[in-house]
Design a protein around this ligand. Structure first.
Ligand SMILES: *[C@@H]1O[C@H](CO)[C@@H](O)[C@H](O)[C@H]1NC(C)=O
Ligand SMILES: *[C@@H]1O[C@H](CO)[C@@H](O)[C@H](O)[C@H]1NC(C)=O
Length: 624
């Protein structure tokens, strides 16, 4: 009996090579297609190998088997969906204006619509744009920067400007910043698509996505699609970390790239995670530490658990914690609680909810991934450093630390304080001067991140702004006058748009729905941006089989456990694993104020998860 089952297992293991799926279509690969991919060296990018799904297993780190009918649909490299059909000209170029002319150049649009100045947000702090960027890396990807800085570096050279890969942003002679200089072009590349990789012959360009689709902390558990094996210690369910100056960091490694580390002293460089800009690096470090914080608590309470059980449970709690902070706390800071209830994206009773529908494909939308760029309006180029008691130390140039994980090793406490003690930028229709001209000082003489956003808006083929208004709100906008009637923006902004675009149908989604609309009633972002975010939230709730609020998912939380998860807050995270954090505003996305004062981390106001809810009675039985 034992022997037979042993033989069967071996036999099964021998056969279980998994099934090859096409990443673009998500269907099992035909022999012909496999042959074609193999012949052309495309197998690596255009296919994904998936081991048979088990309906009861934990969420896989590579996103596979989320949908049991379509196991390849949420994986790293699976394509994005679109809310509205793509709008290109000549199949892949930026759409044309109504008049048939080119749309106004991105830099001109940016200069006209956004003043470049210093400004401090009245309500929100640096955790807001920081968390937004961190979430973006979970579901989108940063390969466009890699491409710009690593491979396609020649787009401003005269002989390359018209290359297919290039979409340079031209600077005019009367540019207020660069006019007096010799700079007439900012590097910009066309987004990489499945078409460029030859993974499909579909005619509509589909931007690639180097991340899993669900909100699953893939930036922590599978950032570079290497799986979790390379991240784990296989002891106590923990992730590998290294200590430097008494602080714990994700490990260094030989393939890690930190081009701006100052040698020889700055050596810290993440091997398996992204170390892009400061807030992302901080949040990455905190969530890695938080995994181990959870795992060590679970291991103490459940001495009979093996590494795998502890790891998977800790990961599941870490992901749920992150989702609770993102969907309930962060989104509330942006849209207000009532708006979120009305939109149906958060629950009122805090109990379970199950809207899972296995006919819905887990996919993020191009629009959602793109709209994360709205937070450029809140990004600061000045990092205000404080000691752990809140005494101001000095101002640091934020962008000098981009791709420079090394400098954090000695400075975690002061950068951590900068996140909640200083306001983020704007909220007033302005943009940070450095971000809008010199966003990558170590690499590029000129980069306007916001011009880049308009250019990406067009290169992604997003439909005109007015079509999103029609889709979400039902208004027909045929003239600038109609915009007035819709009540979405002030007369001043409508006049600005009118002086920038010939026709209201020319207006780019980001320009209208991101930069010019007033904030929604009761919230801190425009309604169109909120609609795009909420559309994606609904998709996630309905299409993620492992959604943490489901009662019936594999290894689902008990009622008691879900109650603990509801206590998750950013303040709780920073108190648990932030360097030198002993006090923090309870609402950690908001500025310190009389209504949101600093409170001690040890006080009851900072809620802590009680891991006793995860005590496994089996361990007690074993002991007796
Ligand atoms: C950098 O390292 C060198 C050699 O270890 C040391 O002498 C120097 O003080 C360090 N500089 C800083 C700024 O830490
Ligand atoms: C464009 O990229 C090239 C290569 O990285 C760089 O030398 C050049 O300075 C960049 N242009 C500007 C205006 O930054």
């Amino acid at each position: 009996m034992l022997l037979t089952s042993f033989l069967l297992t071996v036999l099964y293991a021998g056969l279980s090579y998994g099934v090859l799926y096409d990443t673009y279509t998500g269907v099992p690969l035909s022999e012909e297609l496999l042959e074609y991919y193999e012949k052309n060296g495309l197998k690596e990018t255009c296919t994904v190998n998936i081991q048979p799904c088990d309906a009861n297993e934990w969420r896989r780190v590579d996103g596979s088997c989320n949908n049991l009918q379509e196991p390849a649909r949420a994986t790293f490299f699976s394509p994005m969906a679109r809310i509205l059909d793509a709008a290109f000209s000549d199949g892949y170029k930026a759409r044309k204006a109504e008049s048939g002319q080119e749309l106004p150049p991105p830099r001109e649009v940016r200069l006209k619509l956004l003043k470049q100045t210093l400004s401090s947000h009245k309500l929100l702090n640096n955790n807001v744009p920081g968390f937004a960027a961190f979430v973006y890396i979970d579901i989108g990807s940063i390969h466009d920067n890699e491409n710009l800085l690593g491979q396609t570096t020649y787009c401003c050279e005269a002989e390359h400007m018209n290359d297919f890969a290039c979409t340079p942003n031209i600077i005019s002679d009367d540019d207020p910043v660069f006019g007096p200089t010799d700079i007439r072009c900012m590097n910009s590349t066309r987004p990489l698509t499945y078409q460029m990789y030859q993974c499909t012959k579909d005619s509509v360009p589909s931007p690639i996505k180097k991340a899993t689709s669900p909100f699953d902390l893939s930036q922590i558990y599978n950032a570079k699609n290497e799986g979790d094996k390379v991240l784990r210690t296989f002891k106590g369910g923990e992730l590998a970390v290294e200590e430097e100056n008494g602080e714990l960091f994700p490990p260094n490694g030989p393939t890690a790239v930190c081009p701006t580390n100052v040698k020889p002293n700055e050596t810290r460089c993440f091997e398996h995670y992204y170390g892009t800009f400061i807030p992302v690096t901080l949040l990455t470090t905190w969530f890695v530490r938080h995994h181990n914080f959870i795992a060590s608590n679970l291991a103490k309470l459940n001495p009979c658990w093996d590494d795998e059980t502890t790891f998977q449970t800790a990961r599941d709690i870490n992901i749920a914690f992150y989702k609770q902070v993102y969907f309930y706390e962060f989104n509330t800071a942006l849209q207000g609680r009532n708006n979120l209830f009305k939109a149906g994206v958060i629950t009122k009773d805090n109990g379970f909810r199950d809207d899972y529908d296995d006919t819905k494909s887990p996919a993020v939308t191009v629009e959602f991934s793109f709209m994360k760029r709205l937070f450029h309006l809140m990004q600061e180029s000045r990092t205000m450093l404080y000691d752990v008691h809140g005494n101001f130390i000095e101002e640091f140039k934020t962008f000098d630390a981009t791709f420079r994980t090394g400098m954090l090793a000695n400075n975690m406490p002061s950068f951590t304080q900068s996140m909640f003690r200083a306001p983020c930028h704007g909220g007033d229709g302005t943009v940070d001067f450095e971000l809008a001209n010199f966003a990558l000082p170590a690499f590029q003489r000129a980069i306007d991140a916001l011009s880049g956003d308009i250019s990406k808006n067009r290169n992604f083929g997003l439909a005109p702004y007015v079509e999103y208004i029609r889709h979400f709100m039902g208004y027909e906008i045929n003239s600038f006058e109609d915009l007035k009637t819709a009540g979405l923006m002030t007369d001043e902004k409508i006049a600005l748009l009118k002086s920038t675009y010939e026709h209201v149908k020319d207006v780019d989604l980001m320009a209208g729905g991101g930069w010019c609309e007033k904030n929604m009633k009761g919230g801190n972002i425009p309604l169109t941006a909120a609609n795009i975010i909420n559309d994606n939230t609904m998709r996630a709730i309905q299409s993620d089989r492992h959604w943490y609020e489901r009662r019936d998912r594999p290894h689902a939380f008990t009622e008691k456990q879900l109650k603990e998860i509801r206590k998750s807050t950013l303040a709780g995270l920073m108190c648990a694993v932030g360097d030198g954090v002993s006090e923090i505003p309870k609402k950690a996305f908001f500025n310190i104020s009389p209504k949101n004062p600093l409170v001690s981390c040890s006080s009851k106001e900072i809620k802590k998860l009680n891991f006793k809810a995860w005590v496994d009675p089996a361990c007690k039985k074993q002991k007796q």
